[in-house]
Design a protein around this ligand. Structure first.
Ligand SMILES: CSC[C@H]1O[C@H](OP(=O)(O)O)[C@H](O)[C@@H]1O
Length: 325
């Protein structure tokens, strides 16, 4: 089953807030329902929300005949979450074909199919790189969730893990839990268990120490936006893992499709980092009224990134191909 798809005139997606306990599929018939799903992370992950936004524009074309209402719906989709470039990019690409519903849906389905193909290509390129850098049986640490749940099928960084497993060249996987929403603890473990891949869970802050202790051969994770200078914007905690990898002298590998590369954004300093508010961090743990700071993403500077694997290339340094400054 795909994470998200267009079925019988509606967007159908697995509600990731119900995982790992319940695999529940939602049928969304309105733009408002889809925007809520994106904002609540019922659907999440840069490529997946790019597909969601694209399909949402088709939904809008079906729902709104009035041009002003249609434009308002498109804006709600485009701004549902600010950091992953895929969302706004997918929305804008399909919105260019409005008001035709058929043209919009056709383009949205092309974006869906492109992400499916991207996952397969990243799996091959990424597994080749891990074997080149680490030899066989690499012990990998991964952060957040980058499997099929973050795309449509297979995933980005986790598609490399799946490919190494298929090649019988995977030495182990540590999934960091990824506070506060626990994408690693809830979703990556669910995907690895379903695939029959042995793994262990670790608290986020253990990552650098496990690397220093020689228990990790490479860090492999995804991205929400790769900037022109090669800075990687990804789930908060990625930067700490990158510092740990640098200190331990092991590779730090980012895996993301070209749809996540944004050459119009010069560096990570130019990216809006979504702050999701106190409640997700303070929750029921901290005393009532405790204020929390909750950036959902952080920026790993290009100099800490060993390599970026996309569906088309493997590179280090600048993403735009310009000479290093
Ligand atoms: C393959 S994209 C995965 C990427 O998206 C996640 O963010 P969120 O769960 O908030 O949508 C995280 O940054 C992952 O690395």
């Amino acid at each position: 089953m795909r994470t998200i798809d267009w079925i019988d005139g509606a967007v159908v997606l697995v509600d990731q807030t119900r995982l790992p306990g319940e695999e529940v599929y939602l049928r969304l018939d309105t733009v408002a329902e889809l925007v809520e799903a994106i904002q609540r992370l019922r659907v999440r992950g840069a490529p997946a929300i790019g597909v969601a936004g694209a399909l949402g524009v088709a939904l809008a074309a079906k729902q709104y005949a009035d041009p002003a209402e249609l434009a308002a719906a498109v804006h709600l989709l485009e701004t549902a979450r600010p950091t992953a470039v895929n969302l706004a990019r997918g929305v804008r690409r399909v919105a260019a074909l409005l008001p035709s519903f058929d043209a919009a849906l056709g383009e949205a389905l092309r974006i869906r199919d492109e992400e499916i193909a991207s996952s397969k290509a990243m799996a091959r390129l990424g597994a080749d790189l891990v074997e080149k850098l680490c030899g066989a049986d690499a012990r990998l640490l991964t952060h957040c969730n980058t499997g099929g749940l973050a795309t449509v099928v297979e995933g980005t960084a986790l598609s490399v893990v799946f490919e190494l497993y298929r090649r019988e060249s995977l030495g182990g996987v540590i999934a960091s839990e990824t506070r506060p929403l626990l994408q690693g603890a809830r979703l990556t473990t669910w995907e690895l268990r379903r695939a029959g891949i042995a793994h262990r869970l670790a608290v986020d802050s253990a990552g650098p120490f496990l690397m220093a202790r020689g228990e990790v051969d490479a860090v492999i994770l995804g991205a929400d936006r790769i900037c022109a200078n090669g800075d990687v914007v990804n789930k908060v905690g990625s930067y700490a893992h990158a510092l740990g990898a640098k200190a331990a002298g092991i590779p730090f590998i980012c895996v993301a499709p070209e749809s996540t590369v944004d050459l119009s954004t010069p560096s990570g300093a130019d990216v809006e980092i979504e702050d999701r508010g106190s409640a997700e961090v303070a929750g029921t743990t901290a005393p009532e009224g405790t204020e929390a700071i909750n950036p959902a993403f952080d920026v790993t500077p290009a100099h800490l990134v060993t390599a970026i694997v996309t569906d088309e290339r493997v590179f280090s340094g600048r993403a735009d191909g310009a000479p290093a400054g």
